[in-house]
Design a protein around this ligand. Sequence first.
Ligand SMILES: Cc1cc2nc3c(=O)[nH]c(=O)nc-3n(C[C@H](O)[C@H](O)[C@H](O)COP(=O)(O)O)c2cc1C
Ligand SMILES: [Mn+2]
Length: 476
Amino acid sequence: MAEDLRAWLERMEKEGELKKLDGVSWDLEIGTITALNTRRDSPAVLFDNIPGHPPGHRVLTGSILTPRRVALTLGLPADVPENEMIAAAKKKVKGWLDNLDKFKPREVREGPVMQNVQKGDKINILQFPSPKWHKKDGGRYIGTGHCLVTRDPETGDVNLGTYRVMVQDEKTLGFHISPGKHGRIHFEKYHARGEKAPILVSVGHHPHYFAAGTLSLPHGAEYNYLGAMKNEPSEVITEEVTGLPMPADSEIVFAGFCPPDKTRAEGPFGEYTGYYASGERQNPIIEVERVYFRNNPIIHGAPPSRPPYNGSYYLTLIGSILIELELAKLGVPDVKGVWTHEICSSYFVAISLKQRFAGHPKQAALYASEISARGGMGGRYVVVVDEDIDPTDIKQVLWAMCTRSDPEKDLDIIRRTRSSPLDPIIKKPAAGLFSSRAFIDATKPWEWRDQFPEVVEIDQEMAAIVRKKFGKELKL
Ligand SMILES: Cc1cc2nc3c(=O)[nH]c(=O)nc-3n(C[C@H](O)[C@H](O)[C@H](O)COP(=O)(O)O)c2cc1C
Ligand SMILES: [Mn+2]
């Protein structure tokens, strides 16, 4: 049996990576602690005995916040140096994507999620300690580190996507999905036929589910990707009212339908850009018909906010690898690394490459900009640097930008490209969600790259000598 959330928590506790807190209120207290607890060495926190809720109904935050817990979750040693973690993760992700076909989810009849099944009058979403995370949020958000399971009514493909979920009332959830995302395409197809769309919402599970739900993966690939990550197919139970595959080891799952003709006010919500940019709007709802949960269920909370936030490092790591793998597939040669800085999510992309031909940096920038915009507003600034620059080091990237690019020649702007309702720079309401992109070619100019001024490097032999002599005193 693959590791579930409970086994993951035990492992983290043994590693000294988990703190338990009692008596913290769902009303801004959990959210504020979560927002303050975002250092690179912050523990994950499991909140219990939340006032107004039964003891044992818990909320976890900070699960994959830090490089240490990301490494442990990926099955690497906690202390692995960052460059080794990136290299190891690249190999793993490539292996997972190459083997998706081998990990079709496996149907089972039983699982921990079936310990409690509620229907009809018994359904009360308010029994769970959904936090109000940020001060100006329009309500309590039960879905932040969760995923929605939907099906494409034409192809049958099943998608897992993390799209925020607000509690509307005892039996109703509200949600927001930006245009073009898989879950939205699915419910819009049902609605176009005049039908209600079946939806599952899993709000507690192993952090892998959150990872699969937030990454831009090929359409319908998430369940297989999850299986590949665990090296064993995901176990799913065919949910009774929706017929959708439900994760057997989930902590809490809501099953219901999204009607074509009803919306409710949803938002504002503290979003991953660090703003309440999409405000309050009419958004679709889910009328819940079944609730499934484990005894003493745990909500996996991962509220976005002004970065860094839970998952922002993990998503940068894997998101950057996905871009690099795709560039290779598209035939862009000699890319040494891609990094979409944690603070700017996918709207700042740095690419390091060894120039092979005239126009090579621009080719990489064009492709990477659009690949990273799959989540809506990505690839706003793409900076291409030479192979001697480490793209994960923002200081090196800035240095290259300021010394190897000339704005007049090396800055390109592409106008009226895709964006999203969450884009703070678009004034709403807007007739079209457009923004623009800027590419900065910070590689040495192709025509005279061999005559470009030499970089002042430390002589490594001399460095070894002075370290030996004076290294201790100066920590050289
Ligand atoms: C913490 C967090 C919250 C997110 N919330 C939303 C959201 O509310 N709506 C949305 O459309 N995308 C949201 N996203 C982005 C999607 O999860 C992401 O684009 C994912 O690739 C969508 O899955 P899909 O490619 O299967 O459509 C969020 C991402 C993170 C990390
Ligand atoms: Mn998808």
